[in-house]
Design a binder for this molecule. Structure first.
Ligand code: SAH
Length: 249
């Protein structure tokens, strides 16, 4: 299965969300990372214009969101689920850190036939012990121990990013060329042709005295070597040199 399809199997479950703006921001966080399934357990306000505003271009995620009454309903079709909580629970499973948790959940999404889920709690009270115990494991975002509670949508963003990183091993799915105009690297012969041409023009112009070269050419070779010249660039540089030669005639 390709990573895009595997990510599409992961549900983000928000339990008892109080602020509709957080639902919108969570939808946006999901869409930026290629997640599409949002499940809302008994949201206080939904649908709501605030959610639409904060979703920005991710309103399709809100429109497709499934709204249910209980966490059991949300997880009914899931083969694996992780509770996302800032607090370790006495009886709950020991939490994984975000990166390991995302890798674990992604691996389950690849293997399992159905959905898998990440469950987030209410803004004020978090997830109840009962909710945490209904999940197969727990995940925690390591944060400042004196102030470790992230905004709900920020927590969704961190986990969504880690899921995407797990899916694509840190690479964008189709890396774009960093330099849109780049051509093939210049061959050895093309580079040597350029250095000969440069030397000829430097001597003819009086810039380089062949009797006292003062390591000028090795230094220029080092400079152009760092630039890793491409075919087009060698053509441009040689074009300038030819123009200088013509101009002197
Ligand atoms: N006061 C609540 C925090 C709620 S924040 C508490 O102590 O649990 C809303 C939700 O964001 C949490 O239920 C959790 O799902 C997520 N969250 C916030 N900070 C987190 C952290 N450091 N690690 C994991 N989840 C976090």
């Amino acid at each position: 299965m390709n990573p895009t399809d595997a990510l599409a199997r992961i549900s983000i479950v928000l339990s008892r969300t109080s602020h509709p703006g957080n639902i919108g921001s969570a939808a946006r966080a999901m869409k930026t990372m290629g997640l599409t399934r949002l499940v809302l357990v008994a949201p206080r306000f939904f649908p709501d214009p605030e959610a639409v505003t904060l979703a920005s271009g991710a309103t399709d995620i809100l429109e497709q969101a499934r709204v249910v009454d209980t966490l059991d309903e949300a997880l009914a079709g899931c083969s694996y689920s992780l509770a996302v909580s800032a607090r370790a629970r006495d009886l709950g499973p020991p939490p994984m850190l975000a990166r390991a948790g995302a890798q674990d959940l992604y691996a389950q999404a690849l293997q399992s036939a159905g959905e898998v889920a990440l469950v987030f709690g209410n803004e004020t009270s978090g997830l109840s012990n009962d909710e945490v115990q209904r999940c197969r494991g727990a995940v925690m975002i390591a944060a400042n121990p004196d102030y470790s509670s992230l905004n709900l949508a920020a927590a969704v963003q961190v986990l969504a990013y880690e899921l995407r990183t797990a899916a694509f091993q840190g690479l964008p799915p189709a890396p774009g060329r960093t330099t849109p105009f780049s051509s093939q690297p210049a061959t050895h012969g093309e580079q040597e042709g350029f250095y000969e041409h440069l030397e000829r023009v430097m001597v003819a112009s009086g810039f380089l005295d062949p009797a006292q070269p003062r390591r000028l050419l090795p230094k220029l070779r080092r400079l152009f070597g760092r630039a890793r010249l491409e075919k087009d660039e060698v053509s441009i540089l040689r074009g300038i040199l030819s123009a200088v030669e013509d101009w002197r005639r």
